[in-house]
Write a protein that binds this ligand. Structure first.
Ligand code: AMP
Ligand code: ZN
Ligand code: FE
Ligand code: FE
Length: 307
């Protein structure tokens, strides 16, 4: 069993890389990828900890990019490029490399988004919320993300968002922070194509994170059958190698369907839990949301072969 999608406190997870590696070792994972958002700053600590356990580490990152090929609609007639999360494995770690230059740009976009998001929330009545209050919940200033906003909103404004539970946490994203939320501020300005271009020849292998969350938020089997094949074909044509078909937030039935469609499209079904520690209390390392996620070791062999 392996887990190719996890977060540390270098982005919006709560465990340090060392704590994460220790948990992966206890679980007896055969390999892990640490895929912090828009940064590989966590790699060195993770590599050292994994080496001490003889646990294989796959270098990785989760990037926020725009896909204009499958827009989302602001209303019946206004399309905008869709923000999607993309996992990149075996990427160059040298800060001079064009891939890392693009990551630095994404972190800058994130910082600017965070300033605008604070302003929108304050205008909407979260007047005790400040950028400092949000940032103080993150271990890495460059890794501040919406879960840190959510945590601050619960602590400072329970009269608006209620007491923090997994259900109210989801509501904060639905009502305020998510793409349909009242305070949503798009973060990404880079396109999928431009990022893939920067990575040409570098051996980086791309897989689309949580494809349903990105492309079909209703998750229904009918929508998957109707819409996913065209999405997968387009992703493959644009140079993406895999899709996260074994996603820890979906049911076994959905995963099996996604694995089949991914294979049919000639893509690698990758997998991971999207573990965030206390920032996603209902998701467990390795085994995901419902506890029955099992990502086969062989998937990693396929990813390696795609370098
Ligand atoms: P950001 O990187 O700031 O755009 O925040 C993205 C992160 O917010 C994701 O990786 C999740 O951890 C979290 N997130 C996004 N949407 C939701 C949601 N609907 N429910 C819970 N967490 C979410
Ligand atoms: Zn996250
Ligand atoms: Fe994600
Ligand atoms: Fe993630």
């Amino acid at each position: 069993m392996i887990d190719l999608h996890t977060h540390s406190n270098f982005s919006d997870g709560s465990d340090s890389p060392s704590e994460l590696a220790a948990k992966a070792h206890q679980l007896d994972l055969h390999a892990i990828a640490l895929t912090d958002h828009d940064t590989t700053a966590s790699h060195d600590e993770m590599a050292e900890a994994c080496a001490s356990y003889d646990l294989e580490l796959v270098p990785g990152v989760e990037i926020s990019l725009l896909d204009a090929a499958f827009p989302r609609y602001l209303d019946d007639t206004t399309p905008v490029a869709r923000g999607v999360h993309v996992l990149a494995y075996f990427l160059p770690l040298d800060v001079q490399h064009p891939v890392q230059v693009q990551l630095a740009r994404l972190r800058q976009d994130r910082a600017e988004r965070n300033v605008r998001l604070v302003a929108r929330l304050r205008d909407a009545g979260f007047d005790r919320l400040t950028l400092d209050a949000v940032t103080s919940r993150a271990a890495n200033v460059e890794g501040v993300g919406r879960p840190h906003f959510a945590a601050a909103m619960f602590e400072l404004h329970p009269e608006i968002v209620g007491e923090r539970t997994p259900a109210t946490w989801s509501h904060v994203f639905a009502d305020w922070l998510g793409a349909s939320g009242r305070a949503y501020v798009p973060k990404t300005t880079l396109t999928l194509e431009s990022f893939l271009d920067a990575a040409k020849g570098s051996g980086t292998v791309f897989s689309i994170a949580h494809p349903l969350l990105n492309y079909l938020p209703d998750y229904s089997v009918t929508s998957i059958h109707e819409q996913m094949p065209a999405i997968l074909a387009s992703l493959r044509a644009r140079g993406v190698a895999g899709v996260e078909a074994y996603y820890g937030g979906t049911t076994e039935t959905t995963r099996a369907l996604m694995v089949k469609l991914t294979r049919d499209a000639g893509l690698i079904p990758t997998g991971g839990s999207d573990y965030h520690g206390l920032f996603k209390e209902d998701v467990s390392l390795g085994v995901g949301h419902s506890g029955d996620l099992r990502v086969p070791d062989e998937i990693l062999d396929e990813l390696r072969a795609a370098r």
